[in-house]
Ligand binder design. Structure first.
Ligand SMILES: Nc1ncnc2c1ncn2[C@@H]1O[C@H](COP(=O)(O)OP(=O)(O)OP(=O)(O)O)[C@@H](O)[C@H]1O
Ligand SMILES: [Mg+2]
Length: 457
């Protein structure tokens, strides 16, 4: 492998450099001393604290690999198209790192000025043109980069990002930041884009902090359109906010994004929160919502790349949830589905018992009463919310999804909410857990001991 150096920028500021030496082929990262002395408050990753240290491959690799697509075919296409030869993250980012998730950018040093001088260009695009791009994704699902290339989003599914402004759609060119992600859905699953939208919107309606979602048909092509939580409008310009997912934050490679067999568990995720969040109690509750809404919705894909941190100046928080999609709509065969993240040792939808929820609550520092109440509320409200999103759309597709989903979704959640009500009224529950935040077994972290999360949403 040849030697390579890439400058790393956050929100346009130079923060450090990533290097790969020819002899060892190992990647390293170092913050720029001027960034450290200039009052830096945002680290590149929560695994890379602001310090004058040379971070080795083990520290930087999960972050870098987590930025580029997981699909080896997409990586190969990128490498071929941009002549990078290698498909490892640093090679791909050398060619494609000018616009990444969050606020980070990578560039070869001799192209820094070119990257910085790019105009912010927005090219209006019609619904028919967006439909054309969606059709192209269906026929060539592993090709989802912008024509001008400088764009990268992780994940397995086809998607692209665009700008919504002044009630119009625009393609982003040059340095312009996109505001929405357009997902055509998983082709082999009927109406999956609409199922994803209904799940996201219903989650938001029942009080889970979720990225804004719309369902649209562009020139007859259906898509879920998700608002980017890592962008914020500031007058006519769009600012980038920094983010990393919990797979990166837990120091795991994307191939280990699922807890089984080697990925981050709820405990690992809580450790990240305890070590990094400016309000661990709030983020423990957000982690619990992530766990519970995936179970309630019958969404099997709640892995560690489907939950992220926002790294804001001086503070870190769990970002709004995204990529939530019920599988009740597609469960034609017999058998129970598993959720991705173990709930206190339980995983199968229909078989997670109050004692499992209690165990998960303990991991997060939440009282039994809090977890029972929250699960009961989500389970009793989610099915109606899901149905009402579909009623508002009122099409053949939404009718079909209702027919395929509602019986299973409602039955599963009626059982769950009955179980929670029973657990709440049960007299044999230990008295000291009623109402009060749990104070036993606090989690030990590198910051010391966490404050247990308080009750209430
Ligand atoms: N609303 C959002 N705002 C900002 N970034 C987002 C948003 N939604 C997704 N992302 C980023 O884009 C990545 C891919 O998106 P998403 O998870 O929706 O795609 P996917 O291909 O369906 O994923 P998977 O591989 O889990 O099936 C996410 O891991 C996250 O980093
Ligand atoms: Mg995802």
């Amino acid at each position: 492998m040849s030697a390579l150096k890439l400058l790393v920028l956050l929100s346009g500021d130079l923060v450090g450099s990533v290097t790969r030496t020819e002899s060892s082929a190992k990647t390293e990262f170092q913050y720029d001393p001027d960034y450290l002395t200039g009052g830096a408050t945002v680290p590149l990753s929560t695994r890379l604290p602001l310090a004058r240290t040379r971070f080795g491959e083990r520290a930087i690799k999960p972050y870098l690999e987590g930025l580029v697509p997981e699909d080896p075919q997409v990586r190969r296409r990128w490498a071929d198209r941009w002549g990078t030869g290698q498909t490892d993250a640093i090679s791909l980012l050398a060619a494609m790192g000018w616009d990444c998730p969050g606020a980070v950018q990578f560039t070869e040093p001799d192209r820094l000025a070119e990257m910085r001088e790019r105009a912010h260009e927005r090219i209006p695009c019609s619904e028919a043109e967006i439909g054309g791009r969606l059709r192209a994704l269906h026929s060539e699902p592993s090709s989802w980069e912008l024509p001008d290339g400088h764009w990268s989003l992780a994940g397995q599914q086809s998607k692209f990002a665009i700008i919504r402004a002044d009630e119009q759609w625009f393609e982003a060119k040059g340095a312009a930041a996109t505001t929405h992600i357009v997902k055509p859905g998983i082709g082999r699953l009927h109406h999956q884009a609409l199922v994803e939208h209904a799940t996201m919107r219903a989650a938001s309606m029942v009080g889970v902090k979720t990225a804004g979602s719309q369902y649209r048909e562009f020139g007859g092509e259906p898509a879920a359109v998700v608002e980017r939580f890592d962008r914020v409008a500031a007058g006519p310009t769009v600012l980038r906010l920094h983010q990393e997912d919990l797979c990166q934050a837990a120091g795991r490679l994307p191939e280990d994004k699922y807890e089984v067999p080697h990925g981050p568990s709820l405990k690992d995720m809580m450790r990240v929160v305890a070590n990094t969040s400016d309000d661990p109690a709030r983020d423990a509750r957000r982690l619990f919502d992530f766990l519970a809404i995936n179970y309630v919705a019958g969404a099997p894909d709640g892995h560690s790349k489907n939950i992220s941190l926002l790294l804001l100046p001086g503070r870190v928080e769990i970002a709004p949830l995204y990529d939530l999609a019920s599988a009740f709509s597609f469960q034609y065969r017999k058998g129970l589905r598993d959720v991705a993240l173990s709930i206190g040792g339980g995983r199968k939808i229909g078989e997670v018992m109050p004692r499992h929820w209690v165990e998960a609550g303990k991991t997060l520092g939440l009282s039994d009463e809090y977890v029972f109440n929250r699960v009961r509320q989500l389970a009793s409200e989610f099915p109606d919310a899901f149905a009402s999103v579909l009623d508002d759309i009122s099409s053949d597709a939404s009718d079909e999804i209702k027919r395929n989903t509602m019986t299973r979704l409602s039955r599963s959640n009626a059982d769950l909410s009955a179980q929670m009500r029973k657990a709440l009224s049960s007299d044999d529950r230990p008295k000291n857990t009623r109402g009060a935040p749990r104070t036993d077994r606090p989690l030990k972290t590198s910051r010391g001991t966490t404050t247990p999360a308080s009750n209430g949403g």
